[in-house]
Design a protein around this ligand. Sequence first.
Ligand SMILES: *Cc1c(COP(=O)(O)O)cnc(C)c1O
Length: 222
Amino acid sequence: MSLDDASIRLAEVREKIARAARIAGREPADVELIAISKMHDVAAIRPLLDAGQRVFGENRVQEAVAKWPELRETTSGIALHLVGQLQSNKAEEAVTLFDAIHSVDRSSLVEALARAMDKAGKRPPCFVQVNIGDEPQKGGCAVADLPVLLAEARAADLPVAGLMCVPPLELEPAPYFALLAKLARDHGITGLSMGMSSDHETAVTIGATHVRVGTALFGARA
Ligand SMILES: *Cc1c(COP(=O)(O)O)cnc(C)c1O
């Protein structure tokens, strides 16, 4: 991808987000665009950095460790979000590398992250991932388990910045986004990490504060 392509794609996505925000009477600046760079190498990421994007997301700790230290050496102001499932034994590495973690989904991980944050002296904002469509194969805590998990996260002093979801693939996403927004309201949580390439405009009209966009920025993954 050339710098021109990257600039055009970035401008298009930002414009869509801005339009959706205005429709909903929201400020476009209140929506953070996270460029999901998983499975794209350093060479594919650089044009987007050169085009001005600074907030990125990865779904695997090992892959992020292999790519981002190098990019951070040459570009300042990068914020890195973890959007994929996290094993407890990688919590320390994740806390060291990432500026936000979107996949807190169980008690054991809450404990591991709290210990890792104490050790690192750093408390990156966390999103609790909800299995909003109650799908057996998907990450995220069950809707019914959310109150207890949130209480545990707060008791462990995790900075809970929001809720995160990935709605069922083949279904209209709006009702699931609306449910996540309601759960957040019920628990006094302001952040909503929802919306991907195909549905981020819908998510923004329903209140997304963080959209996670990969394909629309980078093209298809191999
Ligand atoms: C890959 C991924 C995305 C981005 O998906 P696209 O459809 O490529 O925009 C967003 N969120 C999560 C959790 C992902 O794993």
